[in-house]
Design a protein. Sequence first.
Length: 319
Amino acid sequence: MTNFKQIIPVFINHLENYEGKSKYTLRNYTTGLNKLCQFLIAEYDIRNVEDIKKIHISNFVFDLKWSNKEKDTLWIKLATSTVALYLSAVRMFIKYCNDDLELKCIDYTKIDAICVKYRKIKSIDDDMVKKFIDIPHEVEKNELIAMRNSIFIRLLYETWVRISEALWIKMIDVWQKIFIKWKWWKNRFVVISEELREDIHYFEWAIDSEWLFPRLNEWLMWEVVSCQSMQWYIQKYRKLIWNDFVTPHVFRHSFATENIKQWTEMNALAKMLWHSSITTTEKYLTVHDQTIMDCFREFQQYVNKMKKGKSFAKRVMKH
């Protein structure tokens, strides 16, 4: 089996069942590979994976970045991050064909990856987080919605979970730890404070729902609140207390940034955030002038202790 269209579903199934890729990743990988398939058939009449050459991939990338047209009049340039994602899908696909299907394809390492500059990490300080936690009780008429949204923001900040992970937490999973389904097949846990756990249990008693973050549907039954709804609430609160753009993921960034300030070990923070590479964690290293001054002062205090607090001038004057 070397036909491109036949291998793509097998590859996507492999990513889902054995690699644990999210549905978002699977959807984007499928889109990228289908675009490659259409391009190879239209431009080179290539239908077999083994016939793909490096020049074909390079021309495909160029076509993605520059040759997208709408009604043959408007040129559209895909974002570099999108092109990089599609190219990553192609590289993984070629590697899968070589290693797992034992086909004679090009070496995937010869396909140049696209380097995407990291976006600047956005975070907010403790005072702003406290405002976000308190404002649902001030603006929401329904006290249950206010409690749910306040707990939601506290959970994002205190436990660094992602919004997609938080929304699927069940009440039965909440103890001193919260067990979270990660990447659809791996389990991990986060530790919550005693105050947050008490508020969650009180909220559970008030709504009697199996889900931690529920909503009432049209049949007056509890179901998981949508990601779009919670993002809408965050934007609603943001407009009332802050002008800058804030997403639920900013609270995760704020957690990491605050831990960096508290001199948390980088390897430990990477494990807490479940980053597969410590390079991802290093994005949170934002060095400010005040931080540099503090480092200098701390080292100078250490040196002074070694010299028993006496400067060279004082020692000279003493003698």
